[in-house]
Design a protein around this ligand. Structure first.
Ligand code: R7I
Ligand code: MG
Ligand code: MG
Length: 305
């Protein structure tokens, strides 16, 4: 049985990972900028595009009871603020949607086959809360959510793996079972070999971070970050959230997104009890808890839940 606390843990884990990881994302310039704009007036940590798009997805699903692509595209566009640190292609796209252009006309404009950034994957844990037991519906919704901004097959596949990892974390399966399942769900050789490496790496307690970076990645492309996040969530599932966060921050690169995706999966396993206090440092954390509650109530009573 999945509990409401696991939903809260998942959404809070996503937001905490994002807000605490954000000051370390990217190079010196990005870090300097975040130093200047990374806190609210009342001293809370601001979250970035990762949490904003997750909230937008939850809002749109709660309103439509399905993934309505046009509504979701508008919800993303209405929330857009440059200061949330969106990826360049997503920024351009959302500004055009806000001006009235239909998302279908521009989702393959900057990149011919669509973006393979990790922007679709970072919001995918929310889809596991929307469809906790219906995998067919989950996968269908991953595609519908992703293709608005990230139509590239590798962007979609990364989102699929994060959504499935979250869904199965709610069920608390063993790491071995989770990775076998994810391996079977991979479409590409790249993700398959990363899942295989992840399974091997989890057997080695003293593996170096540079080996994780060179084999799984720490970048903003989905193939360079999704399995990395899965690896950390599985490695630290029985340890404190902060131990996981420390390691992801040491990894460098796309620290907000990797800790956000890992945080969501960690929270799906563990619930919110041990991270509630930490969440108080993050802006709008009470509203995030409310969204998690609403998503849980919406799914409760569905067959198989
Ligand atoms: O994926 P996205 O929305 O966000 C990525 C990151 C996250 O970590 C956020 O936290 C934020 O910091 O940004 O951003 P996109 O703009 O869709 O993609 C990110 C980058 O991936 C692009 O700017 C490109 O450098 C690269 N990229 C591609 N490069 C070549 N060909 C994405 N797709 C392609 C491609 O098809
Ligand atoms: Mg971000
Ligand atoms: Mg990021």
């Amino acid at each position: 049985m999945i509990s409401m606390d696991q939903y809260k843990g998942c959404f809070l884990g996503l937001a905490i990972g994002d807000a605490f990881g954000a000051p370390y994302e990217g190079g010196p310039l990005e870090r300097l900028l975040w130093k200047a704009i990374g806190k609210t007036k009342d001293g809370k940590l601001r979250y970035t595009d990762d949490t904003q798009m997750a909230i937008d997805l939850a809002k749109s699903f709660l309103y439509n009871s399905t993934i309505n692509q046009d509504h979701l595209a508008h919800t993303f566009a209405e929330s857009y603020q440059w200061s949330r640190g969106y990826g360049p292609s997503t920024s351009q796209l959302l500004k055009l949607i806000k001006r009235g252009v239909h998302w279908k006309e521009i989702n393959k404009k900057k990149f011919k086959t669509g973006s393979f950034g990790n922007g679709a994957a970072m919001r995918a844990p929310i889809l596991a809360m929307c469809f906790p037991s219906n995998t067919h519906e989950l996968l269908n919704s991953v595609i519908r959510s992703a293709e608005i901004t990230h139509a590239h097959p590798l962007g979609i596949e990364g989102a699929k793996l994060i959504a499935l990892a979250t869904q199965i974390a709610f069920q608390k399966f063993s790491n071995e079972a989770i990775l076998e399942y994810l391996f079977r769900q991979c479409d590409s050789k790249d993700y398959k070999s990363k899942i295989t490496f992840c399974a091997e790496a989890l057997k080695q307690s003293d593996i170096k971070l540079r080996k994780i970076i060179s084999n799984l990645g720490n970048g903003i492309a989905a193939p360079q970050s999704c399995v990395t996040a899965i690896y950390f969530s599985l490695k630290f599932r029985n340890q404190e959230f902060d131990s996981m966060l420390d390691q992801v921050i040491k990894l460098g690169g796309d620290t907000d997104t990797i800790s956000s995706m890992a945080g969501a999966i960690w929270g799906a396993f563990n619930g919110s009890l041990s991270i509630k206090n930490k969440a108080k440092a993050v802006e709008r954390s009470n509203e995030i808890i409310k969204f998690a509650e609403k998503l849980f109530i919406k799914q409760e009573g569905q067959p198989g839940f």
